[in-house]
Design a protein around this ligand. Structure first.
Ligand code: GUN
Ligand code: FE
Length: 420
C-alpha cells in the first residue's frame, strides 16, 4: 500500500520530520518499506491512497493505564494516592469479579482507546482471570496491540481483592502460551506495599524463567516511598527492592511515575534499561509530585508517557503530551531556568517512538517500522494557511479524537466496533 499525506513524525526527539504531501510505502506484512518526498519510479504502477491535505502521524502508545478504573474517570480526585486507592479504586476494581460488569466497562474502555488514537498500550487489569482474558480478547478483536496484566496483590488491600502468587503465576504462564502478535501478558505486581516478599520473589523467578516483561509503580508519592522503606529495610531504595526480587529490568520493565527518583534509584533505572512511564495528569490530580523528566533524559534513562487512568482524568495521549510540557515549564520556572523544559517534539517523541520501542519497531515512519498511524483532518483549525509545524502544534493543543479520520495498527486500518 502507498499513502500520501502531510507526514509528520519524530525519528529523533529534537525536531519533527515533516514531508509535505509525502508518501509512505507499506509492505504486506504491515512494515514500512520507505518514506518519500516524491514517489520513486519503481512504484508508479502501484495505486496510491491520497489523504489530501490531512496530517499523517504515528499512532500513540499509552504505556500505563488501568482499564478497570475507567468508570471512575473524572471523579474521586480529592485524595492523595494511598487513601484514594482504599476509598475509591479498590472498591471499583472489586466489581470485576462480575464478568458482565467487566464486559460492559472493558468494551467502552477499548473503544475509547481506539477513538483517541492509542493503538498500543500497557494495561493493568484486576486480579480476576476471567475478566482479564476478556480484556485481552477485546484488544485482539479490535486489532489493537496491548500488554495486558493480571494484577498480583496479596496484602494491604481488601480480602476480596487479593490473589496468591500461585494464582497469578499460573495465570501468567497460561496467558503466555496463548499470546498473539498483538496481545501479550505482562507480569504486574501492583506495587511493593500490595505484594508480600514471597509473591514478589515468585513473580521475579517467573520473569527470569519465561522472559516475560514486568510493569509496576515506583516512587509515586512521599507516603508510599516512606512505607516501602519501612517494609523493605534491606533495600537501598524503592527501586532496589524490585531489583532484589528480579523485577527491575531483568526482563523489559515499565515503572510508572518515579516522581521521587534520584541517586541510586536513577542509576539502577538507567543501568538496567528500565522505562520510566511519566504520567503527568495523574501526578497533578493526586498531588503526587513533578517527576524529574529532564534529569532522566540527560542521564540516559528511557522515558515513555502514560495516562494512568483513572488517577489520570483523560484517556487521550494528546492531553498527556500537553501536561508533560506544561509541568516541565513549571519545573523550569521553579528551578530559575536551570532545568530546561520539554519541547513539543520531545514530548511527541515520548508518546510515540519512545513508548513504541517497548513493542519493537513502532512509533515512527522509518523503514522497517510497523505502520501504526493516524490520519488527522485538522481543516477546521487550519483556516489561514498555517505551516505544518504550526498545524501539528495546534492539533496537539486544540485537536481531539473527532479529527481522526483513519487509524492503522500493524499496517491494517482499524474500523470502529460499535457497542451497545
Ligand atoms: N499504586 C498502586 N496502585 C495504583 C493505582 O491503581 N494507581 C496509581 N496511580 N498508583 C498506584
Ligand atoms: Fe497506575
Amino acid at each position: 500500500m502507498i499513502y500520501r499525506a502531510n507526514i509528520i513524525c519524530t525519528p529523533t526527539p529534537e525536531r519533527f520530520k515533516i514531508l509535505e504531501h509525502g508518501y509512505v510505502v507499506v509492505n504486506d506484512d504491515g512494515r514500512i518499506q520507505g518514506v518519500y518526498e516524491s514517489l520513486p519510479d519503481s512504484f508508479v504502477s502501484t495505486p496510491v491512497t491520497d489523504f489530501g491535505d490531512c496530517l499523517l502521524i504515528p499512532a500513540f502508545c499509552d504505556m500505563h493505564v488501568h482499564a478497570p478504573q475507567y468508570r471512575n474517570l473524572g471523579l474521586a480526585l480529592d485524595e492523595e494516592l494511598l487513601p484514594w486507592l482504599q476509598k475509591y479504586t479498590f472498591p471499583e476494581e472489586m466489581k470485576f469479579s462480575d464478568i458482565r460488569y467487566a464486559e460492559r466497562i472493558y468494551r467502552r474502555f477499548v473503544h475509547e482507546l481506539w477513538m483517541q488514537g492509542t493503538m498500543r498500550s500497557a494495561v493493568f487489569a484486576t486480579i480476576h482471570p476471567q475478566a482479564t482474558d476478556l480484556l485481552a480478547a477485546l484488544f485482539e478483536e479490535a486489532g489493537m496491540s496491548a500488554y495486558v496484566g493480571l494484577v498480583a496483590m496479596n496484602r494491604n488491600c481488601p480480602d476480596q481483592l487479593t490473589n496468591t502468587a500461585e494464582d497469578a503465576c499460573t495465570y501468567y504462564q497460561d496467558a503466555f502460551q496463548r499470546q498473539t502478535d498483538l496481545v501479550k501478558p505482562i507480569l504486574t505486581p501492583r506495587f511493593i506495599p500490595a505484594c508480600t516478599p514471597d509473591m514478589l520473589s515468585r513473580i521475579g523467578q517467573l520473569a527470569a524463567s519465561s522472559g516475560m516483561p514486568v510493569q509496576s509503580h515506583l516512587s509515586e508519592n512521599l507516603s508510599e516511598v516512606e512505607w516501602v522503606q519501612s517494609l523493605e529495610v534491606e533495600a537501598s531504595c524503592y527501586g532496589d527492592a524490585y531489583n532484589r526480587y528480579g523485577l527491575f529490568g531483568q526482563t523489559p520493565t515499565l515503572m510508572a511515575h518515579c516522581c521521587y527518583t534520584d541517586g541510586e534509584e536513577l542509576r539502577l533505572l538507567r543501568d538496567n534499561g528500565v522505562f520510566v512511564v511519566h504520567c503527568p495528569t495523574s501526578n497533578s490530580n493526586l498531588a503526587s509530585g513533578m517527576a524529574p523528566i529532564r534529569h532522566f533524559l540527560n542521564e540516559g534513562v528511557k522515558v515513555a508517557l502514560g495516562t494512568d487512568v483513572s488517577a489520570g482524568h483523560y484517556l487521550s495521549m494528546l492531553r498527556v503530551i500537553q501536561y508533560a510540557i506544561q509541568i516541565s515549564k513549571l519545573h523550569y520556572a521553579q528551578s530559575r531556568g536551570k532545568v530546561k523544559y520539554l519541547s513539543l517534539s520531545e514530548a511527541f517523541y515520548l508518546a510515540t517512538k519512545s513508548g513504541g520501542a517497548f513493542f519493537g519497531k513502532v512509533g515512527s515512519f522509518e523503514p522497517g517500522y510497523m505502520f501504526d498511524a493516524l490520519v488527522v483532518d485538522d481543516s477546521y483549525l487550519n483556516y489561514d494557511n498555517y505551516s505544518l509545524e504550526h498545524r501539528i502544534e495546534r492539533y496537539i493543543y486544540l485537536g481531539d479524537d473527532r479529527d481522526i479520520r483513519h487509524r492503522f495498527c500493524n499496517g491494517k486500518e482499524l474500523k470502529e466496533i460499535c457497542y451497545e
